[in-house]
Design a protein around this ligand. Structure first.
Ligand SMILES: Nc1ncnc2c1ncn2[C@@H]1O[C@H](COP(=O)(O)OP(=O)(O)OP(=O)(O)O)[C@@H](O)[C@H]1O
Ligand SMILES: [Mg+2]
Length: 258
């Protein structure tokens, strides 16, 4: 595989927990330097997919290459190449924002001077300078999300996984995070994100995959999917292709986000 052009390649991935089949054979390709949004309702298997691609759990069948490394046989190579911001925070709330970032820098073996500079740079970029020396327990939800993402970026990964990066955020914080994702994209970073927000996929993604019943039931650009289902919004698309909706919040709230 040419790692210059393909960041993620998934072939026939399957995963079950006991009798419960979560993934029934997933195929997808993510070109380097693009955003892929995996869209699906609660329990669709989005987090499971990210765990497999980031080598936290093994698949039952199929194969996946991430940043040119096989997730099954070359997990160390995958881990060196990626950053992961999980659905649930990796922040130590007893530490300050600065200490959390410093911990990540130490884990990434950055030399002391470089670590301090990187931490300062990220605090500034994520608008956390004033709060830097307060315990993370005192941060708002939006601040915690920003810190969590900043921690992922300490080691300058070229490929990042974001599991529902804006879940629970207000419209303003959500837009701030979208802006950060766009900036990362401008720097050439590849982004694989999951979301339940149709608007988010529409705003950010080059390619959207709709996960339902353990399969990708549709895949394409937001515009292609809209054309395919003859609907205006991705919600129409989901309804047309799966027979059920996916919107986690009211239309009013979505309107507000726009
Ligand atoms: N360790 C586990 N043991 C048993 N079942 C699990 C385990 N992890 C996940 N599951 C099940 O697998 C299915 C997919 O879970 P997953 O967390 O991947 O969904 P999701 O799409 O991320 O959902 P959400 O939007 O709620 O985060 C769910 O039915 C879940 O209960
Ligand atoms: Mg999840």
């Amino acid at each position: 595989m040419n790692t210059q052009t393909t960041a993620i390649e998934v072939l026939g991935i399957t995963k079950s927990y006991g009798d419960h089949v979560v993934l029934r054979g997933l195929d997808l390709t993510v070109p380097a330097g693009t955003v892929y949004a995996l869209l699906g309702p609660n329990g669709a298997g989005k987090t499971t997919m990210i765990r497999i691609l980031s080598t936290l759990i093994g698949a039952d069948g199929g194969a996946a290459r991430v940043a040119g490394f096989d997730v099954r046989t070359q997990p160390d190579g995958v881990r060196r190449s990626i950053g992961v911001t999980g659905q649930f925070s990796a922040i130590d709330e007893l530490l300050t924002g600065r200490e959390n970032l410093r911990l990540m820098a130490d884990l990434a073996h950055l030399p002391a001077r470089e670590a301090a500079a990187r931490v300062d740079e990220l605090l500034a970029r994520f608008d956390l300078v004033d709060a830097a020396d307060r315990r993370a327990a005192t941060y708002s939800g939006g601040m915690k999300r920003r810190l969590d993402l900043a921690m992922t970026l300490v080691s300058r990964p070229r490929l990042i996984f974001l599991d529902e990066p804006t879940a629970g955020l207000d419209p303003r914080s959500r837009r701030d995070l979208w802006q950060i994702v766009r900036e990362l994209l401008d720097e050439g970073v590849t982004i694989f994100l999951t979301t339940q927000y149709l608007e988010e996929a529409d705003q950010l993604a080059h390619t959207v995959g709709l996960l339902d019943g353990g399969r990708l039931v549709a895949e394409g650009t937001p515009a292609e999917l809209k054309a395919q289902a003859g609907g205006e919004t991705l919600d129409d698309v989901f309804l047309a292709l799966t027979g059920h909706g996916v919107t986690p919040e009211s239309d009013d709230e979505l309107e507000e986000i726009r």
